[in-house]
Design a binder for this molecule. Structure first.
Ligand SMILES: NC(=O)c1ccc[n+]([C@@H]2O[C@H](COP(=O)([O-])OP(=O)(O)OC[C@H]3O[C@@H](n4cnc5c(N)ncnc54)[C@H](OP(=O)(O)O)[C@@H]3O)[C@@H](O)[C@H]2O)c1
Length: 219
């Protein structure tokens, strides 16, 4: 399986990259990001770029892939709605539209979040934007698309958040998260499990397109 990964420098993406590199069924990983992942591996190739809205200059390098794991994303905290929508909706759909055209047999996995608003009409801005993003991704002509909606995510294997305050929270709550992931797996998953589950849905599919933490942990 050949995989394109967006967001490999982030907390979720770092974990997904580690699982892709460990999994023998993943033969090639192409990371597309603003900076290098910091990983060196025979099956890893990286494209570093600033433009995440237009891929016409690298189309030939984005064709021939089986799956895309889209882990690029930002927190809405402290961000105005227009900027959040640009970083969440515009960037994700630009990549997905290009990839659907170049790889109609691709499975696309998007990291969204627990509480996403599929109606696009609720009171919470981030949830509406994520809902619209999910809905429009599900309408694209991929072989399949899956929306991963984790709640809390326990970082494992040295994975760190790019966002300083998120990292501080994870350090402070590490013992609690570790305990919760055992007693309440409905609400907590891990970076390792996110990666394992993405590889699983890309290989075998899943019964429904939207996966909550419980679904992610079952894979
Ligand atoms: N962490 C959690 O607990 C959690 C829980 C539920 C859902 N999620 C969702 O999971 C997704 C990823 O979260 P995360 O915690 O991994 O975030 P993170 O650690 O802050 O990483 C964000 C990733 O997105 C990239 N990125 C951000 N803005 C970009 C831009 N303008 N252009 C190109 N790349 C950009 C970053 O690249 P750079 O390295 O270049 O900055 C980095 O790779 C988000 O959609 C988030 O809502 C996270």
């Amino acid at each position: 399986m050949k995989v394109i990964l967006f967001g490999a420098t982030g907390m979720v993406g770092q974990g997904v990259l580690l699982e892709c590199l460990r999994d023998d069924t993943v033969t090639h990983v192409l990371s597309v990001g603003r900076s290098a992942s910091g990983q060196q591996h025979a099956k890893l190739t990286e494209i570093i770029r600033d433009n995440f809205l237009d891929y016409s200059d690298i189309e030939s390098r984005l064709a021939g892939f089986d799956a895309c794991f889209f882990c690029l994303g930002v927190s809405s905290i402290g961000m105005d709605a227009e900027r959040y929508r640009h970083l969440t909706y515009d960037i994700t759909l630009a990549a997905a539209k290009a990839l659907a055209r170049l790889n109609p047999q691709m499975t696309f996995v998007y990291v969204t979040g627990a509480g996403t608003d599929s109606t696009e009409s609720g009171r919470v801005m981030w949830a509406r934007v994520k809902g619209k993003t999910e809905n429009d991704l599900l309408a694209l002509p991929f072989r399949a698309a899956y929306m991963f909606r984790p709640g809390a995510i326990q970082p494992l294997h040295g994975v760190r958040s790019k966002t300083a305050w998120v990292q501080a929270i994870y350090v402070a709550t590490a013992p609690l998260l570790s305990w919760l992931s055992r007693v309440a797996p409905k609400y907590v998953t891990t970076t390792e499990q996110m990666g394992r589950a993405m590889i699983a849905v890309a290989r075998y599919g899943y019964a429904k397109p939207v996966l909550e933490s419980e679904d992610i942990n079952s894979l």
